[in-house]
Design a binder for this molecule. Structure first.
Ligand code: BDR
Ligand code: CA
Length: 314
């Protein structure tokens, strides 16, 4: 049984990833921590709580609010991608479960210290909470079982600037701390999403025909993402950055090619802010610090997503 702590800026596909973790056969989602990112912080907290409720797990998974701001830099939220509420302008009712009083950073530090070698930490948001946890107790780097993150781009276009992916761009200082912490890190970059994590018209029709509460939820939270992708990218479909990352966590076989590389984050302000340099040719002569996912199975990922959206376990 994997024991997962999930750090999220809950909007759109983050919600799908939460639901996937809650439907895992061989993993238990033990806590959700909230980081600044996609939309207003308090709404992200509400979205996580609501997702837990829709999944039928209300009261069973604590939600810990964390960093409301990146370590050093300013950022901008992306309501144009996810809708004003981050959930496709669904404006869902407030969940019954309320957030914990404990801070996300303390929740991360305590759960890793209390369960050495046991906790899989999954990042689908900017890394502020995890960096602060490492600053509070650097020893957790050696005690965490593994750390997976959705973020960065490996020799690929960015999605918020020409070369940077959103999660890293929001808090590159935090990402730099985390990648250099000595934790066993696996990266799922934006290029993996564009190659294997897009859901097109036939798939959306298939999801539309399922008529489950999960499939209706998927279509609702992705409503604005679909409009955005069409207008900005000329693609009719939705993207699954966070849920394909969760699929890889739950079933490492989804990642079909993973390579050890040294990865450096550009944390300087300027046009390269947030770029993840994967030192493919080893010019920097540094020890690899990241297992970079180079290829994934679209077929296995979609199979897991469909099973979950039909109400099954993955
Ligand atoms: C990442 O940014 C967010 O908008 C998504 O939830 C995902 O984590 C993609 O760049
Ligand atoms: Ca996210």
């Amino acid at each position: 049984m994997k024991r997962i702590i999930l750090d999220t800026d809950t909007a759109g596909d983050d919600a799908v990833a939460i639901m996937m973790a809650l439907r895992a056969k061989d993993a238990k989602l033990e806590g959700i921590t909230i980081n600044c990112g996609n939309i207003s912080f308090d709404q992200e907290v509400e979205n996580a709580l609501y997702t837990v409720e829709v999944a039928g797990e209300s009261g069973k998974v604590p939600v810990y609010p964390g960093a409301r701001h990146p370590l050093l830099k300013e950022w901008r939220t992306v309501e144009e991608i996810h809708g004003s509420d981050g959930m496709g302008d669904s404006h869902f009712p407030k969940a019954r479960q309320r957030p914990e009083r404990k801070h996300a950073v303390d929740a991360i530090v305590d759960s890793i210290n209390e369960n050495p070698g046991e906790i899989t930490l999954v990042e689908i948001a900017p890394m502020t909470n995890v960096a602060l946890a490492l600053r509070k107790d650097p020893g957790i780097a050696k005690k965490v079982k593994e750390f997976y993150f959705m973020g960065g781009a490996n020799q690929y276009l960015g999605n918020v600037t020409p070369a940077a992916e959103f999660n890293i761009w929001v808090d590159p200082d935090a990402a730099s701390i985390v990648l250099n912490s000595g934790m066993p890190v696996t990266m799922v970059g934006w290029e993996i999403v564009m190659r294997h994590g897009l859901i097109g018209v036939p798939e959306l029709q298939e999801i539309g025909s399922m008529k489950t509460k999960e499939s209706e939820f998927y279509l609702a939270v992705n409503r604005q993402v679909r409009k955005f992708m069409e207008i900005e990218r000329g693609v009719d479909g939705t993207s699954c950055p966070d849920s394909i990352t969760m699929a890889i966590v739950l079933n490492p076989g989804v990642a079909t090619d993973t390579r050890e590389r040294y990865v450096e984050v550009d944390a300087a302000d300027g046009v390269s802010r947030g770029v993840t340099w994967v030192d493919e040719l080893g010019y920097l002569k540094r020890k690899p610090n990241v297992s970079v996912v180079y290829e994934a199975s679209q077929r296995v990922f979609r199979g897991m997503l469909y099973t979950m959206l039909r109400g099954g376990r993955v």
